[in-house]
Design a protein around this ligand. Structure first.
Ligand code: SF4
Ligand code: SF4
Length: 292
């Protein structure tokens, strides 16, 4: 089993269009949408959900008001100031359980906190695992790890060879969760100063986790000097950066019609994306498989 994650430093780089195109091109694969904070791959793939599961993460205190004597002890001693008017604010509560132990009449219980949901779905391009993090929930790294593990289980159960992971933007905890242990990272960047900076930071994380990386420069003709800088930087670090995609409205047009670029039409961009998937496959063939 081989797992490739597609990353970009921020939204709007064309990553989802490219991931959606890979979904349309690749065979024998499971899609995993790990952008759990702001998932948008479903807009392209229009999944039909077959399984919904709760994602539980930590605990929260709950006061039984029918027996609470309103002594105020829990409110005074909660160091997270999560209790007022004998009510626990579930966002502020850290689930430490201190109030549960100190309440003299046992009016407080600790309950598991539902932090989101994850789904297994069918799409026109095959199975997909995706998730939605609850409002004000922060532990998206844990949910990303769960989505990846479920995608691996699904691939193994169905004898599928590849997992294509749509990674979260940035370089925070969710990105680290989406990168650790994958066989290859494909970074989509743009030739802007912030794009170069983001790419350097993601490549640093890849190096740290010893994940081989490839770089694709989207809208490469918008600033050719910056594109050259990216290519030189990648060459100096031994990173493959062959795919240069020129600016093309097909990205927006296809997205508006709910299609991936390769489904929407043939053209110079379409052939670049198809070639890029072949390069990803060759690179994946060079690295050892991951055990599920
Ligand atoms: S310590 Fe117990 S009884 Fe006192 S206010 Fe808190 S929940 Fe109510
Ligand atoms: S569990 Fe801890 S953080 Fe939550 S309300 Fe009780 S004392 Fe405060």
């Amino acid at each position: 089993m081989k797992e490739v994650v597609i990353l970009s430093g921020k939204g709007g780089t064309g990553k989802t269009s490219i991931v959606g195109s890979f979904a349309a091109i690749a065979h024998d694969k499971v899609m995993a949408d790990c952008d759990v904070d702001a998932a948008d791959l479903h807009l392209l793939l229009k999944p039909i959900t077959t399984e919904t599961h709760q994602f539980r993460n930590g605990q929260v205190a709950v006061i039984d008001k029918s027996i609470c004597t309103e002594c105020g002890l829990c409110r005074d001693l909660c160091r997270f100031e999560a209790i007022s008017a004998n009510t626990v604010d579930p966002v502020a509560c850290e689930g430490c359980g201190f109030c549960f132990h100190l309440c003299p009449i046992g009016a407080i219980s600790m309950r598991e906190c539902q932090a989101g949901e994850w789904f297994i779905s069918d799409t026109r391009h095959g199975p997909m695992v995706h998730a939605r993090l609850g409002i004000a929930q922060e532990n998206s790294g844990k949910l990303v790890a769960l989505v990846r593990q479920q995608a691996r289980n699904l691939a193994q159960e169905n004898g599928l060879e590849y997992i294509i992971v749509d990674g979260p933007p940035g370089i925070g905890c969710p990105v680290i969760s989406s990168l650790s242990g994958v066989n290859l990272a494909l970074i989509i960047t743009e030739p802007t100063l912030s794009g170069i900076h983001d790419m350097e930071r993601i490549l640093g994380v890849c190096e740290h986790f010893k994940v081989p990386a490839m770089v694709c420069v989207n809208k490469c003709d918008v600033n050719e000097e910056n594109t050259r800088t990216i290519l030189e930087y990648c060459k100096a670090r031994g990173v493959t950066a062959e795919t240069l995609i020129p600016f093309d409205n097909i990205f927006t047009e296809a997205m508006v019609r709910g299609k991936s670029v390769v489904e929407y039409g043939e053209g110079r961009v379409t052939s670049k994306i198809k070639n890029m998937w072949q390069k990803v496959l060759s690179k994946l063939n060079e690295v050892p498989a991951t055990s599920p």
